[in-house]
Ligand binder design. Structure first.
Ligand code: HEM
Length: 167
């Protein structure tokens, strides 16, 4: 049986026009810009956030300038281990005001990480020289290195910690 395509019938004409339109959309896709920039995904695929994401700047901190980043005000939370400052804001449950490790927020956490203790005496007062960690034994140093690895993999390295009078 021979198949014929009669453009004369209304159904075939409509089908033909639809195919033409679809092929034209593929070959010449619409490049017109939306009148309003969409700000959410459901408004279109090419959307832009309302504001640029906050960027994390690598900075030099001292014990005194690090301390305000303790999350008490709901802001960013930073902590340092062996001179490296990590942005641990994403771990607010751990380091926020009610977090189990909240003592480390805004502080040099090296000794506590090495000795596996979040007691206050692990922290060096912020107006004193940095903890040299010279008395730590091999196991404690390894423990601290393990935490540095954990933090490097999980959080953003955002600075280094130096003595108060260094900057
Ligand atoms: C009472 C004993 C402790 C319990 C039950 C406990 C429990 C936990 C749990 C459940 C996690 C989350 C693990 C995960 O989701 O990956 C965690 C993480 C952690 N713990 Fe403990 N912990 C204890 C003691 C300590 C001590 C003494 C320290 C002191 C250094 C410590 C430091 C940490 C740190 C730094 C993390 C990683 C948090 C992060 O990823 O930001 N923990 N702990």
């Amino acid at each position: 049986m021979a198949l014929t395509f009669d453009l004369g019938t209304p159904v075939n004409t409509a089908l033909f026009l639809y195919i033409l339109y679809s092929v034209q959309r593929i070959i010449l896709p619409s490049t017109s810009k939306p009148s309003k920039v969409p700000h959410e995904f459901k408004s279109g695929y090419s959307w832009m956030p309302k504001t640029h994401q906050a960027t994390v700047m690598y900075k030099v901190y001292t014990p005194k300038t690090l301390q305000p980043f303790n999350g008490q005000d709901g802001g960013r939370i930073l902590l340092a281990i062996k001179g490296t400052v990590f942005d641990v804001t994403a771990g607010r449950n751990f380091y926020g005001p009610n977090g189990m490790y909240g003592n480390f927020a805004g502080r040099d956490a090296s000794r506590g990480m090495a000795k596996q203790s979040f007691d206050l005496e692990m922290l060096t007062p912020i107006d004193q020289p940095l903890d040299k960690l010279e008395d730590l034994n091999g196991m404690e140093l390894d423990n601290m290195k393990g935490w540095i690895e954990h933090f490097t993999n999980k959080y953003i390295v955002c600075g280094k910690l130096v003595e108060n009078d260094a900057i």
